[in-house]
Design a protein around this ligand. Structure first.
Ligand code: ZN
Ligand code: ZN
Length: 364
């Protein structure tokens, strides 16, 4: 039995909105609503006032809201319009200044809220997201289970990969294995990129046929209890690695190991990023690592904090982040290795298997 964290999370949200000088916060970003109430559906509004938490949804979610939200909020189902219901609720609560989540609300809906009588709206950013950075033990455990599931799916699929099949065929088997093993959904579009296409950091999985000796880069995720894992492995298909492949791979691997063991709560995102970047630059590939080292992981696959040269805030203890250096050489190919790390107060704890010995698939 896991502990119900929703009351503590809502109490923290109330302290945060008080600090921002708000009478209430309208939460519209669905991962935030899930975090505060447990609701997993795709349509809801959540109003947090100093006294109450009111969850508003429509007819489709009547029984689901009852089950998932339970007593964590007053559930109001409106068959006509959730926005009219919100207007009545904020009026009854006497809300003077209502915070809106700028990153999630459309301009259309923001104007609709701003038109509600006797109330001011204020744009806010990251109030709930900042709470979500600090993971509790159940959240860390869910990410660990998602990472184990993803690794097991890859283990199942890799022995069947052959030169002569397409990237999409490999992605289809990998996605099926993820789902069969219990992943709720693919948290992002699975990337299977072969040969020169592995040099595209965010390649789209294509109909390209994998050739002997190609790099095969697989970036894929799993979701368990809402929490995401995000892994990347790069292998050689159908042949032994050549000398250049080996040199690039060992560079990325050494950079990743250095960052995985060195990343600490309290250092800045920039310092964490430099753990990998400095090593890659020292080996002459500095220009070939064009993205940041990693990102936070949780109910969303990309969340705070960032491990990037532009991130000057200290990394909080109890955050979960990815560590994913890469070297991309246009026309030749690229290597990226990605694992998921919990920043415990005592040091980094890798939640994924970090099995990054170079794999050379020798089957024809
Ligand atoms: Zn990834
Ligand atoms: Zn990632």
């Amino acid at each position: 039995m896991t502990q119900d964290r929703r009351p503590d999370r809502q109490a923290a949200a109330r302290r945060a909105l008080e600090a921002e000088g708000l009478d209430a916060l309208l939460v519209t970003h669905l991962p935030n609503i899930r975090y505060l109430t447990g609701f997993t559906g795709t349509s809801a509004l959540l109003l947090i006032t100093p006294e109450r938490t009111v969850f508003i949804s429509d007819f489709r979610y009547e029984s689901q809201a009852e089950q998932e939200v339970g007593a964590s909020a007053a559930v109001e189902i409106d068959r006509a319009s959730v926005w009219d219901r919100l207007a009545r609720t904020v009026a009854a609560a006497g809300v003077g200044t209502l915070g809106l989540e700028a990153q999630s609300l459309t301009l259309h809906d923001a104007e609709r809220v701003a038109a509600m009588p006797r109330m001011r709206v204020q744009s806010t950013s990251g109030i709930i997201e900042r709470l979500r950075v600090i993971k509790d033990p159940d959240e860390v455990d869910a990410i660990r289970r998602a990472a184990a599931l993803a690794a097991a799916a890859l283990d199942q699929v890799l022995p069947s990969v052959r030169p002569g099949e397409t990237e999409l065929a490999v992605a289809a088997r990998l996605e099926a294995a993820l789902r069969e093993r219990g992943s709720e959904w693919h948290p992002f579009q699975t990337i299977v990129a072969s040969g020169p296409r592995s040099a595209l950091p965010h390649a789209r999985t294509s109909t390209r046929t994998i050739e002997r000796g190609d790099w095969l880069l697989l970036d894929f995720g799993a979701q368990v209890d809402g929490y995401c894992a995000d892994l990347t492995r790069t292998i050689v298909a159908g042949a032994r690695a050549d000398a250049r492949q080996r040199a690039v791979y060992e560079t990325v691997r050494a950079a990743q190991q250095r960052a995985l063991s060195g990343v600490q709560a309290g250092m800045t995102g920039r310092e964490a990023d430099a753990l990998a970047r400095d090593l890659i630059a020292a080996r002459g590939f500095g220009d070939a690592f064009g993205h940041s080292l990693g990102h936070g992981l949780g109910l969303e696959v990309h969340e705070a904090p960032r491990l990037a040269a532009t991130a000057t805030d200290p990394l909080p203890a109890h955050a979960v982040v990815t560590v994913e250096p890469g070297v991309y050489l246009p026309g030749w190919g690229g290597v990226r290795l990605e694992d998921d790390v919990y920043l415990s107060p005592d040091g980094p704890v890798c939640l994924s298997d970090n099995r990054t010995d170079l794999i050379e698939l020798m089957r024809e």
